[in-house]
Design a protein around this ligand. Structure first.
Ligand SMILES: Cc1ncc(C[n+]2csc(CCOP(=O)(O)OP(=O)(O)O)c2C)c(N)n1
Ligand SMILES: [Mg+2]
Length: 335
């Protein structure tokens, strides 16, 4: 096994503000124990892709420090999400998952309302409101940009620009595709959404910026949509297969992160293989269990909608036959 290259590196600590605090400690690396027993680096210094700024002077950090623990955590999360989504997509195609399902939908004004409440209550919390390039041209987005800047509301607007809104390319729908600058008087950052560490630093910066009372920010995360908008969109009638292949080969976030962490000697190729195999086994097992389980009852339609439900009844398609709110378990983020 190669010795950790970390001793030759300089460790650059970054503050959450994104400003580099530039504490360079090459001589102390050994005593800080940055080389683990098995010769892996426990921490490495890596470069992110550059950002583009709109009405901001300071950029998020481009030289960042990554621990071995975080490298494994991020890789595992990224790969598990992809494996789950691919599996869910296949189950849909096999007609095992039925119906119509949007993976998530953003309500930008609602996010600004939540952010306003955080400020009103005197907290330093921020709210992240996400929307796609396709949604970005709606009037409501511009209305809340105004309100958020006027009152310096701590809202991070995130435009996930994946190049397409349903079957329409960003260039065909938007007079300006520089989404990070479309808040005009709201400062903005363009970040490569395929670079995990750039996204991490960008959000560190944004949380610090908005949480310290400076008002809202617009982040454009540049990414790519491998699949169609929904299962009924094969995603190949308005672009070429070559375009999709090209992105998979040159910009894939998981592949590039894997390369980064293995070449920084944070994780070995064997460990990656083991993580991949474990994820495959976990998702396969969950799929097997989901297929074998009996169908869930209709009472689950109205289960766990609210963390703290204030009214016992939930509105149904007919007002006269309301459903009952059922508690199955606490929300995962409230444990
Ligand atoms: C207010 C509103 N107008 C129109 C629609 C119909 N609609 C659903 S998705 C979509 C395009 C979304 O594009 P984007 O946000 O880029 O999502 P992506 O296709 O990349 O998943 C539209 C117009 C909607 N859901 N809501
Ligand atoms: Mg889109």
């Amino acid at each position: 096994m190669k010795p950790a290259p970390i001793l030759r590196r300089l460790t650059l600590k970054t503050r959450p503000s994104g400003g580099n605090s530039l504490r360079i400690w090459p001589a102390r690396l050994k005593t800080l124990g940055v080389v683990s027993k098995n010769n892996f680096a426990t921490e490495a210094t890596l470069e992110t892709k550059p950002y583009k700024l709109h009405k901001l002077e300071q950029s998020p950090a481009t030289t960042v420090s990554l621990t071995r623990e975080d490298a494994i955590k991020y890789y595992t999360q990224l790969h598990t999400v992809r494996r789950m989504e691919t599996t869910a997509g296949n189950l849909y195609k096999d007609k095992i998952v039925r119906g119509f399902c949007h993976l998530y939908s953003g309500q930008v004004p609602l996010g600004v309302g939540i952010a306003y409440a955080l400020k009103y209550k005197g907290t330093d919390g921020v709210c992240v409101a996400l929307y796609g390039d396709g949604a970005s041209n709606q009037g409501q987005v511009f209305e809340v940009y105004n309100m958020a800047k006027l009152w310096n509301i701590p809202c991070i607007f995130v435009c996930e620009n994946n190049g397409y809104g349903m079957g329409t390319s960003a260039e065909r729908s938007s007079a300006s595709t520089a989404y990070y600058s479309r808040g005009d008087y709201v400062p903005g950052i363009w970040v490569d959404g395929m670079d995990v560490l750039a996204v991490r630093e960008c959000f560190r910066y944004a949380i610090d910026y908005c949480g310290s009372g400076k008002g809202p920010l617009v982040i454009e995360a540049a990414t790519y949509r491998y699949s169609g908008h929904s299962m009924s969109d094969p995603g190949t009638s308005y672009r070429t297969r070559d375009e999709i292949q090209e992105v998979r080969q040159t910009r894939d976030p998981i592949t590039s992160f894997k390369e980064k962490i293995t070449s920084a000697n944070l994780v070995s190729a064997d460990e990656i293989k083991k993580i991949d195999a474990d994820i495959r086994a976990t998702v396969d097992e969950a799929t097997k269990q989901a297929k074998a389980d009996k169908e869930i009852g209709l009472d689950e339609l109205s289960a766990d909608i609210y963390a703290h439900n204030l009214e016992e009844k939930i509105r149904n398609v007919s007002l006269f036959t309301p459903l009952v709110h059922k508690r199955i378990g606490p929300a995962v983020n409230m444990n």
